[in-house]
Design a protein around this ligand. Structure first.
Ligand SMILES: [Zn+2]
Ligand SMILES: [Zn+2]
Ligand SMILES: [Zn+2]
Length: 94
């Protein structure tokens, strides 16, 4: 079953041609702490790559809590093409 979610204005203006791709395939906060992660997400505001909510440290959502204007992330996983807005809980596949 697919969730039908309204696409927020952030994701409406999301431009696939100007995506901020991951610069490294690791969570820089987990690396500093010597910790591990499950999946990686890339912030579309500043381009930082951090770990997902299934990871023990949830650095990507912490990043949004600290920087409320950094609400849009994309999956940094290979073969995953989607964006998520933390603020509006909006989801977009591209
Ligand atoms: Zn939004
Ligand atoms: Zn992390
Ligand atoms: Zn950011």
């Amino acid at each position: 079953m697919k969730l039908q979610v309204k696409i927020c204005d952030h994701l409406k203006s999301f431009d696939v041609a100007s995506i901020k791709e991951k610069t490294s395939y690791e969570c820089e906060e987990c690396i500093k702490a010597g910790d591990t992660w499950v999946h990686l997400r890339t912030c579309q505001e500043c381009g930082v790559t951090l770990c997902c909510d299934s990871s023990p440290n949830k650095h990507a959502s912490n990043h949004f809590k600290l920087h409320q204007n950094h609400s849009v992330i994309i999956s940094a996983e290979p073969n995953e093409h989607w964006a998520w807005c933390y603020e509006h809980k909006s989801f977009l596949e591209y």
